[in-house]
Write a protein that binds this ligand. Structure first.
Ligand code: URA
Length: 230
């Protein structure tokens, strides 16, 4: 495996940061300093003299409450989603939810999987439950969401949209632009009073309550890999 990828897999740093560590001469392989991030390695890698062990992969599902940010760190001191999971691994969120959005977000130390799941090529479907006001939403407005609508950053891809009951709609997107659901709903003249993601690819929140976390099983992780590999 390429050296930078090995370091990223081991949870030492992101791929980009690993390349910088290598370029800075801080990484050795078999006792010899290596400055080529593409060097093929499988063991004996040290950073600043410390042996790097290949790290087991973990994927967690979190039901994020409002007010928690889905970055690895927050400069404003707000609670961060990665602190909701008790693990010795350094986890990263898979994509983002707005601070005021609740619901399903995945955390993992598997950078490759995280990148694949958020890559537009795989069009992983995500379902959102949206409480809107006023509660009436017309078939024409739903159709605009289904067919694609013009937002300030361009036309949205076809989506699924249905009214669950007055005041509640469900939208399935296969793309993930910033605040996309909110902007789509607002473009129909509605206000979003709450937004919750209830599914991500094959995974659903189901029994996991707000603020709950659980580690995915090997079978669930395998399903995620299958939907995000060529
Ligand atoms: N769309 C939004 O508007 N917000 C989110 O957090 C996710 C999707």
């Amino acid at each position: 495996m390429r050296l930078a990828k090995y370091l990223a897999h081991a949870g030492v740093a992101s791929r980009r940061a690993a390349e910088k560590l290598v370029a800075a001469g801080r990484v050795s392989v078999g006792g010899e300093v290596v400055t080529d991030p593409a060097r093929d390695v499988d063991s004996g890698v040290r950073v600043d003299g410390e042996l790097v062990e290949a790290e087991a992969r973990e994927v967690w599902m979190v039901n994020k409450p409002a007010g928690v940010v889905s970055t690895a760190k927050d400069t404003h001191g707000r609670p961060v989603v990665v602190d909701m999971v008790q693990t010795s691994r350094r986890l990263y969120p898979v994509g983002r939810l707005d601070a005021d959005t609740t619901g399903l977000i995945l955390l993992t130390n598997d950078g490759e999987l995280a990148n694949a799941l958020t890559h537009p090529r795989y069009e992983v479907p995500k379902v959102y439950r949206v409480e809107v006001t006023p509660p009436e939403i017309s078939e024409r407005q739903l159709r605009r969401m289904r067919e694609g609508m013009e937002l300030e950053d361009g036309l949205t891809a076809p989506a699924k949209a249905r009214m669950v009951k007055p005041g509640t709609i469900e939208i399935q997107l296969r793309e993930g632009r910033k605040r996309q659901v909110r902007r789509m709903v607002e473009a129909t003249g509605h206000r979003v009073s709450s937004l919750r993601r209830i599914s991500f690819g094959p995974l659903r929140l189901e029994g996991l309550g707000l603020g709950g976390v659980r580690r995915l099983s090997a079978a669930e992780v395998e399903r995620l890999r299958r939907i995000s590999s060529p």
